[in-house]
Design a protein around this ligand. Structure first.
Ligand code: FEO
Length: 393
């Protein structure tokens, strides 16, 4: 347990080994943490819990530091099992203790645990005095679940932001000034890119709403990763930037290939981009971590995707990625498709149509090559890259 402000403690679990999250959906190369907090005021308040597999370790910490029987109230900012998972166990010990959460939070918790605990429903602006401090609740509907909310500790200038501003990042230091900031930002943007991008319009509005409150903020304490103490609002500013058609004016070329024809086409396109001073990255989707790819797509302004044609369609790594691109609801990105084929040749058109349907602006007709590219085909690929580059400025 670490004191982060007077009588306010971090008592989370660092999971250094975690390499996958949300089942097998999201990669977590640097592990993660589940940050729970305890306020020892006139009331002992537990803020969120940890994922159920860590419940025994968490129970031992709670018993040592406060005693589960001495918890007076629990705040559940978000009912997803990585934060509320251990609640079932805690409530089996103290079933009458009030659980403060949003209306949707209570509904979801009932459906997860099939228990009707002593829920206290709170909404934005509701304030509870716990002694020296007041807790002020701010709903964060759909950022990223219907129930999500933040809890602001008035008097301590501290925000328990739950998922918002967090990172899947197990770090020796607890605060941003105690960790490698390059790694921290890699994980913070990966978190945003993979989990929060579809909610960007809501995030922009929420940041504006929170800024208008003009709350003094000394610490932002998310439920994953490190806490923001050094210039804490820097991550709010970043979220504001990321929520508005963010890109780094670069291109990502993503392809899948069977006999390297589409790979050679991808490299030719890259050559054309480079000749025109456009930065690009090139990935074979079938051998690249898909969460990392989503992060790179988030950072790119231009997305060029290719696959050879197989069974009248694209290779499966590309079809899966096209679905993800659609789900992320990107705005302000440009795109084009390409691919090799033997006889029917549907893939470049399939990719182009899917990118368009996903809301990207397709700026070029697809680049196609029959079987293996000739020298002339490679020149066409370089020109394709050069033409794409013209749309970048
Ligand atoms: Fe939405 Fe960290 O759970």
């Amino acid at each position: 347990m670490i004191e982060i402000k007077k009588n306010i403690y971090w008592l989370g679990i660092k999971d250094w080994e975690l390499r996958e999250f949300h089942g097998h959906e999201l990669s977590t190369h640097r592990g993660s943490s589940y940050n729970s907090y305890l306020i020892k005021d006139k009331k002992n308040v537990l803020i969120d819990t940890v994922w159920n597999p860590h419940k025994d370790e968490f129970e031992a910490i709670l018993e040592k530091e406060v005693g589960i029987d001495n918890i007076d109230m629990i705040v559940i900012n978000h009912s997803e099992p990585d934060h509320a998972g251990s609640l079932g166990y805690i409530m089996s010990k103290i079933p009458d203790v009030p659980v403060y959460c949003s209306k949707a939070g209570a509904e979801i918790l009932k459906k997860h645990f099939h228990k009707d605990w002593n829920f206290k429903i709170v909404k934005t602006g509701d304030t509870i005095n716990i002694g020296e401090y007041d807790l002020v609740f701010v709903e964060m509907r759909m950022i990223h679940w219907p129930d999500s909310m933040m809890t602001y500790v008035k008097g301590a200038n501290l925000v328990f932001s739950n998922d918002a501003f967090g990172q899947h990042f197990a770090s020796a230091g607890l605060f941003n000034d105690e960790t490698d900031n390059c790694e921290l930002y890699q994980e913070a943007i990966k978190y945003y890119a993979n989990i929060l991008t579809p909610m960007s319009p809501l995030i922009k509005k929420k940041v504006e709403e929170v800024r208008a409150l003009n709350l003094p903020i000394d610490i932002i304490a998310p439920s994953h990763g490190v806490l923001w103490r050094d210039n804490p609002t820097q991550i709010i500013d970043k979220y504001y930037e990321w929520s508005q058609e963010y890109n780094e004016n670069s291109v990502i070329i993503i392809y899948d290939t069977m006999y390297d024809a589409t790979k050679k086409m991808a490299e030719a396109i890259g050559e054309g981009l480079h000749k025109n001073n456009v930065k690009f990255k090139l990935f074979n989707a079938s051998v690249t971590d898909s969460s990392d790819l989503i992060t790179e797509i988030f950072k790119a302004k231009g997305i060029i995707m290719g696959s050879c044609t197989v069974n009248n369609t694209v290779l499966h790594s590309i079809s899966a990625l096209l679905e993800e691109i659609k789900a992320h609801k990107y705005k302000g990105k440009i795109a084009a498709g390409f691919g090799s084929y033997g006889w029917s040749g549907e893939s470049p058109k399939t990719i182009t149509k899917a990118l368009e349907a996903a809301g990207l602006k397709v700026v070029l007709e697809p680049y196609k090559v029959e079987y293996q590219p000739t020298e002339e085909d490679i020149i066409k690929g370089i020109e394709f890259g050069e033409n794409f580059a013209k749309h970048m400025f």
